[in-house]
Design a protein around this ligand. Structure first.
Ligand code: 13P
Length: 275
């Protein structure tokens, strides 16, 4: 069994954050193998990055056990409900807390768009999930990002502002002090699996994030900057990770495809540690 009372003081040291989103790429045994290798690396190598892994729902529990004491946090890819009950097929926040899952990703573009067999999720539903996190122990990684069409029609800032403010329930000032809030900016057009993928220029990403934070602060009347950490996601690899992570407003990265093999993850960790 997991020791659910164990201290998790090792988390959130205020350094670079590296989130590995395994999406639905890996089977359970593959997730176990990768989590074992990454835990071993983390134990044996001095590093200052906060590492977070986000396996598929079916792999959460075995991965949780493997991460114990390895200085790596666990993240779920979504939640459906808050408390256990008569909700067939749903994943609850309570269940995630039981296995010491610290984070949950909300509003990933692949969920917002209904890309899988699922139903698309809108800002209003995402904000309900954000509120569940605020009431319980989970810390949200709120994903935002404009599509290519929105970008081409000059709507980037408008979309990001809406996704941020509505997603947070228009009340970033009410966020409990104990919470770590990540805002993950993943332009949909920069995600590696997107057929019309384009490269996001680190400097331009930083400018957009700066404008977004200014706009959100003005609108919410809150010093939101002091409350959240910013991640960039979209085709991050070992060649570009340092250039994204070294931008002034960026605290870390959210990695998809390149986070599914131990050699690729450790190559990226070495680059980000050296920056
Ligand atoms: P890629 O790193 O494969 O572009 O995926 C980004 C992403 O969607 C992470 O959540």
């Amino acid at each position: 069994m997991l020791d659910i009372n164990k201290s998790d003081d090792y988390l959130s040291k205020g350094n670079n954050t590296v989130v590995c989103n395994w999406k639905a790429y890996l089977g359970v045994q593959e997730s176990i193998d990768l989590a074992s290798a990454l835990s071993k690396w983390s134990r044996e190598n001095e590093h200052s990055s906060d590492i977070i892994v986000s396996p598929s729902h079916a792999s959460l529990y075995p991965v949780a056990k493997l991460l114990e004491g390895a200085g790596i946090s666990l993240c779920a890819q979504n939640i459906d409900i808050e408390k256990p009950g008569a909700y067939t097929g749903a994943l609850s926040a309570d269940l995630l807390e039981e296995i010491r899952c610290k984070y949950v990703m909300l509003g990933h573009s692949e969920i917002r768009s209904g890309k899988s067999l699922g139903v698309p999720e809108d800002d209003s539903l995402i904000s309900k999930k954000f509120a569940v996190c605020m009431r319980g122990k989970l810390n949200p990684i709120l994903c935002i990002g404009e599509t290519m069409q929105e970008r081409s029609s000059g709507k980037t800032l408008e979309v990001l502002k809406r996704q941020t403010l509505v997603g947070m329930g228009k009340m970033p000032d009410k966020i409990p002090a104990s919470k770590t809030i990540y805002l993950a900016y993943e332009p949909v057009w920069a995600i590696s699996s997107n057929k019309t993928k384009e490269t996001a220029i680190p400097d331009q990403i930083n400018k957009i994030v700066t404008k977004l934070l200014d706009a959100v602060e003005k609108e919410s009347g809150t010093n939101i900057l002091s409350r959240i950490k910013i991640l960039y996601g979209g085709s991050v690899d070992s060649r570009n990770i340092a250039s994204y992570a070294s931008q002034s407003e960026i605290d870390g990265v959210l990695i998809g495809g390149m986070s599914t093999s131990i050699s690729k993850i450790t190559a990226m960790l070495k680059e980000i540690e050296a920056k």
